[in-house]
Each structure stands twice: as C-alpha cells, then as structure tokens.
Ligand binder design. Structure first.
Ligand SMILES: [Zn+2]
Length: 481
C-alpha cells in the first residue's frame, strides 16, 4: 500500500507545483510528508464495518459515511470545499425500481418469443415516470450501433430509426489487423483495448440520439467483460441523476438480452446470428430490419433522495494560482445490503473503496503537514453513487463548484493496492492525458515503472470517477489497486 502511495503523493506535488507549463519545484517533491499506512487501514476498517451497512446511497450507511469523511476532512485541516461554506455538495438522485412481473415479447406473424424478466432479459427505463413501454415496435439489428467519424465508421447509414427497437452487439467492432488477422487492428478503435464506443452506456446514448424507443444489447461474456449475472444485478433499484427533462429524451426501454435468446430472435426473423455477427465487423454494414415487433411494459416504483459528495479544500499559496485546482477523487459508496453471498448479507466494500477514502483522508493530512502549500489549490472530493453509474462524479463535472476551465487535473483512487509492495504503477487508460508524463517521471525517480492496464479490453478507463472529468476535457489519471 505504502509503496504505491509514495508514487501517488509525489505525483500529486509534481502536478500541483508544476501544473500546466510551470517550472517544477522539485525540492517540494522530496520533502513531502510521509503517509501513515496504518491510518489508512484504520479508516478502511471503520468504513467497512457492519455498522456502515455497505455504504449504499440513501441509507443510514450514507449518513454515517458522510459524517465520518466530513469530520476527518476537518481534522486534516481542510476548509469547506463548497462555496456555500459547507463540506457537502448535494447530489439529487432518483431511484427507479422496475416491477419484475414483466416480460418482453417478440412477434412475427403468428409466431412469438417471450423473454422472462431477469432470466432472459434485464430491462429498465431511465424515464422518471411510473411506467414506460414499447408496443409493437419494429426490431432492427444495427450491428455494433457505432457512429465514429474518426474511424469512418457508421452502422446507421442514415436509416430512420425513430420509435424502433434496436438490437446491438456489445463492445467495439473487432476489426482484424490486415498485417496479422489473428490480432485486432490497433488503428481502428482501440485494437484490443475497449474504446468508449464499446461501452453499454454509449450504446444507450447513441440509440437515444437515433430516437429509438427500445435498445437491447446482446450479452456476450467475453466482449462485455462480465457475465450475465452482473447484468442481473440491475433488476433492483437503480439510481440516476435527476435531469431537467426527466430523461424523457432517452429510449423508453433500455436493456440486455441473453445470447441464447438473441440467437432465437435472429432465427425468428429468418436470420443467422453468426453470419450477421460477422457482417457487422465491416464498414459496409447496413441496419437489418427484422420484420419482428417488440413489446414490453415497465411499471416503476420511484423515489428521490439527496445524496452527497463530500468536498474539502486545501488552499494554494500563490495569490493568483490558488484559483486553479487539482482534484483528488475517490468514491465512498458500495453496494449496501442484499442477498447472501459467501455467508454475508452486508457488502462491506473494504477494498472498493474504503481504501480509496482512507487514502484520500491521509493524503489531505499529508498536504496539511507541508511547511508551505503548493501554489495551486487542491480539492478533495469524495463522491457518491459510483457503483450506480459514476453519478456523483458526473454531477460534479456537470455542476462544478470551481470552473472546469481552471481545473488542471483529476487524480482518481478507486481501490488502493492491497497486495503488498510493488515496483509497478499501473495507469488505467495510459495514453489518455499528459499526466502520464508526470507519473512516468516520478515513478522513474523511484526506480518504479509505469505499466498499462493488463486488461484494456474490459474498458476499465470508462468505469470510474475520473471518466466524467475526462469526457468534459479535464486531464484525468486513474491508478487502481
Ligand atoms: Zn470502485
């Protein structure tokens, strides 16, 4: 734990002191106060104890966690990070629970295929409404559902898809490398690494842009990066940000179907799954109308809550440059209480991400022990609802307390290294920002090596709180445990 920490710490100073284009005050880097690994462990133990009930947003676990982080930020010498004089940024969330007694029906003439909720299909609506449905909506297969002008790729070819139900494949189109067909072409999408076009969140966003009524992704374990059981976890209450249009611009129904059911759907349509799957890995692919209709009705239970980001400020020493910010992010939430897994009903989330919060607190304390603060200000941001889809960080990126134009860097900590000493510093999404250069340099000074994510095909870069900032144009770095 400690070895990784030293890298992150010195990196912090390098970034804070040098920022973008300033000269580096290396003397500060050498004198950064030590971090107490045992203190991180203590925070981790408390936050992951039974009493904190797995830190689910909107529960007693949230109240305890938010109070704990606020107290710790205060005692670490941080000022209230919100401009309203508090340590809290409210994050309004809506919780939507679909009624599981529903099903999805595909119909062609007199033949029909019924998919059972949870077993065969997991679907939901993001509409903040008591109900949502698709009714006799025409099914169209749109391949990977990608529109990527930079790769001259467009799976839609101008087709009118308003009101239709789109069936899409998961992941990026796996285009073979012309030089070695056994490999993926690194010049088209990310090669082996997943790009944002491969993420399910992108698929629902582009489908909404096409004004589709329904969007169903075909689940395949390899390209998705996780089994269908993970998708089935989404049949309980799902939280989302409350947007001004109540998400009515999204498709009415979003979801996943199993590979088995997808194959049955393709044969109902008189199509062959494997051959269309192959055709979809081509720039010439065009949407394929199935002559099949889809119907599904969702009934929702709704509730709104104000969850909370906790935010503390360590003010910079330069009268001008202190109006520029480096943000450390770490999510405080986990999955709360649920069905028993390995004899446990409380999902404690010690590594993910009590360790990150412990690190954030001790990092704040170390900054406060500096003889003189760095020139720029440091914001410590403990965000909510990461596990619900990066909601706390997304909320901050859309409603920043300090302008993003003056936010020079974001460094995210989602699960610290708990495997003992290491000489590697793994950067998830290596190559996405010039913060990598700082990390490389400092790691080198410590005889450490920066390494890329060993499993880039799982799209880890898009799955934690640095990403909403990166999407908004702020250089963001993530190093996992
Ligand atoms: Zn996490």
């Amino acid at each position: 734990m400690r070895s990784t920490w030293q890298v992150m710490l010195v990196l912090a100073i390098a970034v804070a002191a040098a920022g973008c284009g300033g000269s580096r005050e290396s003397a500060e880097a050498v004198s950064f106060p030590a971090i107490d690994g045992n203190a991180i462990l203590q925070h981790t133990k408390i936050l992951s104890s039974d009493e904190y009930e797995g830190r689910q947003p909107g529960t007693k676990g949230e109240d305890l966690t938010v109070a704990y982080i606020t107290e710790q930020f205060k005692s670490a010498g941080l000022k209230p990070g919100n401009s309203d004089g508090t340590y809290i940024q409210k994050v309004p969330l809506v919780g939507i629970t679909p009624d599981p007694g529903t099903s999805l029906t595909f119909k062609k003439g007199s033949r029909q295929q019924v998919l059972k909720f949870k077993d065969d299909v997991v679907a939901w609506t993001k509409h903040v409404a008591e109900s949502a449905e698709i009714k006799n909506s025409e099914v169209v297969f749109v391949g990977y559902g990608v529109q990527a002008p930079e790769f001259s790729w467009d799976d839609y070819k101008g087709a009118d898809l308003e009101g239709k139900t789109l069936v899409m494949l998961v992941g990026d189109p796996p285009v073979p490398d012309p030089a070695d067909p056994a490999k993926l072409d690194p010049k088209v999408f990310g090669g082996r690494a997943m790009t944002y076009y491969g993420r399910w969140t992108y698929k629902y966003e582009i489908g909404a842009k096409m004004r589709a009524a329904g969007i169903l992704i075909v689940h395949e374990t390899g390209p998705a990066g996780y089994p269908f059981s993970v998708v089935q976890g989404k049949v309980t209450e799902q939280f989302d940000l409350v947007t001004p249009d109540k998400n009515i611009s999204r498709a009415a129904v979003e979801g996943w179907i199993t590979l088995d059911q997808a194959k049955k759907l393709f044969s109902l349509a008189g199509q062959d799954f494997d051959s269309l799957h192959k055709q979809a890995v081509s720039r010439d692919f065009k949407p394929v109308p199935f002559g099949v209709t889809a119907s599904m009705a969702l009934q929702n239970k709704l509730r709104t809550i104000d969850s909370r980001n906790v935010v503390g400020l360590y003010e910079g020493s330069d009268p001008k440059l202190k109006n520029e910010y480096v943000i450390y992010t770490s999510h405080w939430d986990h999955f709360g209480i649920g069905p028993e897994i390995n004899g446990q009903r409380i999902y404690h989330g010690a590594k993910d991400n009590a360790t990150g919060i412990g690190g954030l607190i001790e990092l704040a304390r170390a900054f406060n022990n500096l003889p003189k603060p760095p020139r720029r200000s440091i914001l410590f941001l403990a965000v909510t609802a990461e596990e619900q889809g990066l909601l706390g960080s997304e909320y901050y990126a859309v409603n920043p307390i300090y302008p993003l134009a003056r936010t020079l860097a974001v460094i995210n900590m989602d699960a610290l290294n708990v495997n003992g000493k290491t000489s590697d510093l793994i950067i998830t999404g290596l190559g996405n920002s010039d913060l990598d250069d700082f990390a490389q340099k400092i790691a080198g000074e410590q005889q450490r090596v920066v390494k890329p994510d060993p499993e880039p095909e799982k799209g880890g870069y898009y799955r934690s709180d640095h990403f909403p900032f990166a999407k908004a144009g702020v250089p963001a770095l993530a190093s996992g445990g």
